[in-house]
Design a protein around this ligand. Structure first.
Ligand code: UDP
Length: 369
């Protein structure tokens, strides 16, 4: 008999497992995939830790979370500074003085503020959607070149139909600072995320290649409680309807050259380019192997965004009104469960970042003990 079955060996599941086991509980972790790590899984190819399910850059303002992850990995000093490519023209991200200079040729913060103030005048009321929010933050020029095409590709929906909070994730700065995140702490675990999750799961029983929803009856007989980190609607057999997700797929290439694009992340912000961004994985670790040697080859991933369909991998919950309403119905059902707890991006249908996942997993376990 186990005290806890944890369904999903991603970050949420791994933190719950670690905390519960350390508190003396008997824990088992299962995952339907053949590897641990969920979507932060990395795999070494040509000496490069490839982020197989998309770029993950750890960043947080939470001191406790930052010191917690140090137990499981050494973090390097990577700072995310993506470049936007709009029809061959390059712009710095996030929106800052470099971007404003490249967009308008202006030089001082006052000039940038004036320009944006002038362009934001078309939005007179409280922004009701992502388009209005974006124009009110940075003006129409930046919206048209750096936001509209990228966002509509990524979400497969018009910016007029998307919630404004999504664009508020990005900083707007009137300083020369290309750091994509407003976070006190940032970095990539040296040796990859898989190694970090392995370290979290050390000494814990993990079984891979098991689809809980197919083998639920068998497992439930041997466990007191379940922490379920899969999609909440799948848990209930989609009985109230299907939640929508965005999925992504990657075209990976190995090139026999040391430097393909000179940066870890380049976003393609026009409408026509079919991919949203290209990741060149070696730059997450400065193009070097563990011994500090330059790597001769490179691995890139072109990232395409698409609507999730049953059978494919869900990545992003779509927190619009329709889906949030449906999620709340599932949540109400889940609150009636006596021995099943839902957590993580899919279990809570929430656009969580990694640090928030860790904080919420730790809070959950504290609650359970
Ligand atoms: N975004 C954009 N242009 C960019 C990068 C991001 O318009 O070049 C918008 C887009 O709507 C995206 C949101 O900002 O969904 C949040 O971006 P973030 O990088 O946080 O997304 P993630 O890395 O989670 O995919």
């Amino acid at each position: 008999m186990y005290d806890f079955l944890i369904v999903g060996a991603g970050l949420y599941g791994a933190v719950c497992a670690r905390e519960l086991q350390d508190a003396g509980k008997k824990v088992i972790v299962i995952d339907k995939r053949s590897h641990i790590g969920g979507n932060i899984f990395t795999e070494k190819i040509e000496g490069i830790n490839v982020h197989k399910y998309g770029a993950h850059i750890f960043h947080t303002n939470d001191k406790d979370v930052w010191s917690y992850v140090q137990r499981f990995a050494t973090f390097n000093r990577f700072t995310n500074s993506p470049v936007a490519n709009y029809k061959g023209q390059l712009y710095s991200l996030p929106f800052n003085m470099y971007t404003f200079n490249q967009m308008w040729g202006i030089v001082t913060p006052q000039e940038a503020e004036n320009k944006i103030a002038e362009q934001r005048r078309e939005i007179s009321e409280e922004p009701r959607n992502l388009e209005e929010q974006a124009i009110s933050l940075v003006g129409r020029d930046i919206y048209e070149r750096l936001i509209k095409g990228y966002t509509e590709k990524q979400w497969g929906r018009s910016c007029k139909e998307l919630p404004s909070f999504i664009i508020k994730r990005l900083p707007v700065r009137f300083t020369f600072d290309n750091n994509y995140f407003n976070a006190l702490y940032q970095g990539i675990p040296v040796g990859g995320y898989t190694k970090m999750v392995e370290s979290m799961l050390e000494g814990i029983e993990v079984r891979l290649g098991i689809d809980y929803l197919k083998e639920r009856l068998e497992f439930d007989r041997h466990v007191e409680s379940v922490i379920y980190t899969g999609p909440i609607d799948a848990y209930y057999g989609y009985s109230l309807g299907t939640l929508e997700y965005r999925s992504v797929f990657f075209e990976n290439e190995i090139y026999d050259c040391p430097n393909y694009q000179g940066n870890a992340v380049v976003n393609y912000t026009d409408e026509e380019t079919p991919w949203t961004r290209i990741i060149e994985h070696k730059w997450f670790e400065f193009g070097k192997d563990e011994l500090g040697n330059d790597l001769p080859k490179t691995v890139i991933s072109r990232e395409y965004s698409l609507e999730w369909k049953p059978g494919s991998e869900p990545y992003y919950p779509i927190n619009d009104l329709k889906n949030s309403t449906l999620y709340n119905k599932y949540k109400a059902l889940s609150e009636k469960e006596k021995k099943v707890y839902f957590g993580g991006r899919l279990g809570e249908y929430k656009y969580y970042d990694m640090d928030q996942i860790i904080a919420s997993a730790k809070a959950r376990v504290k609650n359970l003990l």
